[in-house]
Design a binder for this molecule. Structure first.
Ligand code: NAD
Length: 381
């Protein structure tokens, strides 16, 4: 494939416009088109970046002007946009979350395999060097069987944020709340470092905002080896970086107060507990690293890696298959919170699809009328 890789952005809203700017900073990529169903928006963005503008995906595909697409439409539309692009042989970088349901994400992953195209997800926090090291530490067996985990994600949003776009925070338009959207990045890192629990009890509620979906969610987790964990995420609490802790038999990742520490328990916690012959014995702890967390790594890092993967075979750091885990957690907590029952993971696809269909069907919620505001979060580009 020729360098630079030709990429089109589908969904020229808040995030899509940021991506158009980021692409210009990646030498391996060239923006060749934008596509958005909102005519005025797509014409303005096309003119700003000096590329052709399309109002539907079929026309974009027929033009044959791209080797890859970046999908930045609302998440319930990710699958219906991604599938025809993959069928046309285009590589896909999809915004997070992959979709609003695990079943839709499964279909996207199957299509990528069937058509032999690269498929990545925009989880830019994986590029923070501290998080990257923690993921590698866990992958290389540094943590071992889980003893305890904790994830606290305070991702404050004002009511204006939810009002600023008709699709946001509704079952029909978004398909979920903080679990699906604002907490997705840290749920992703949490699942990569600690793995998925085997089951959970969840609770989801709407506390502060006038929205239809949850702005607060929590869960008690059970891991395959018997370890336990806790998740709390919300858009009601002022941000402070939160907490991400994964404590295992052989080591730990402890992230709080904007710092991430990695620890090793060289003798193994359980082994030490059984073997120690002193009353007040404590397991030895080796500190491996203590580094500052970067909460907003630039999305151009994901774009560059995606392009270099296709062009030069560089390992894909945000592969979509691994991005499914955060969606498993989000869907599982919603399912458990709604049914009041413990939910096993992987999530029962049919049960979750039925639940979301029912929530959408029974919805009587009416959003405040307001024209859509497409403003990119400045810390991302
Ligand atoms: N990675 C991150 O940190 C991050 C940050 C913000 C948003 N996002 C994700 O980006 C996605 C978009 O969010 P946003 O805030 O940009 O929303 P937005 O509403 O500002 O933009 C979405 C755009 O998609 C367009 N659109 C809708 N249906 C379409 C279709 N069928 N074909 C083409 N265009 C269509 C809309 O007209 C709109 O311009 C979401 O999935 C969101 O979770 C990710």
């Amino acid at each position: 494939m020729m360098e630079p890789l030709r990429i089109a952005v589908i969904g020229a809203g808040a995030m899509g416009q940021g991506h158009c700017a980021s692409i210009g900073r990646v030498p391996e990529l060239r923006l060749t088109a934008v596509c958005d169903t909102h005519e005025d928006t797509v014409q303005a963005v096309g003119a700003r970046f000096d590329v052709p503008a399309f109002t539907d995906v079929d026309a974009l595909l027929s033009a044959g002007c791209a080797d890859a697409v970046l999908v930045a439409v609302p998440h319930p539309l990710h699958a219906m946009i991604t599938l025809p692009c993959m069928a046309a042989g285009l590589h896909v970088l999809c915004e997070k979350p992959l979709a609003e349901t695990v079943s839709a994400a499964d279909a996207m992953l199957a299509s990528a395999r069937e058509h032999g195209v690269a498929f990545a997800v925009m989880f830019q926090r994986r590029f923070d060097p501290a998080m990257r090291a923690a993921i590698a530490f866990a992958r290389d067996g540094g943590i071992g069987p889980i003893l305890r985990t904790a994830l606290v994600v305070p991702e404050f949003r004002a009511q204006y944020y939810f009002d600023s776009n008709p699709w946001r925070a509704t079952w029909r338009g978004e398909g979920g709340g903080v679990l699906l959207n604002q907490a997705a990045h840290l749920l992703d890192i949490f699942a990569l470092v600690g793995g998925l629990p085997s089951s959970l009890y969840g609770r989801a509620e709407t506390r502060l905002h006038d929205i239809e979906v949850e702005d607060t969610a929590e869960a008690l987790l059970r891991y395959p080896d018997g370890g336990s964990g806790y998740i709390h995420c919300s858009t009601v609490e002022p941000p402070d970086g939160g907490v991400l802790e994964v404590i295992g038999e052989r080591g730990a990742v402890r992230c709080r107060g904007g710092r991430l520490r990695m620890l090793r328990y060289p003798e193994g916690v359980g082994k030490f507990a059984r073997a120690a012959s002193e009353v007040w014995a404590k397991p030895p702890v080796e500190e491996i690293s203590d580094s500052a967390v970067n909460e907003a790594p630039k999305q151009s890092l994901v774009l560059k890696n995606f392009a270099r993967h296709i062009l030069h075979g560089e390992p894909l750091w945000c592969d979509a298959a691994s991005g499914l885990a955060s969606l498993e957690l989000a869907n599982a907590i919603t399912l458990s919170g709604t049914t009041g029952r413990e939910v096993a993971l992987p999530v029962d696809r049919a049960a979750y699809d039925a639940l979301l269909a029912e929530l959408r069907e029974k919805s009587t919620y009416r959003k405040r009328e307001m024209a859509a505001v497409r403003v990119t979060d400045p810390k991302l580009v």
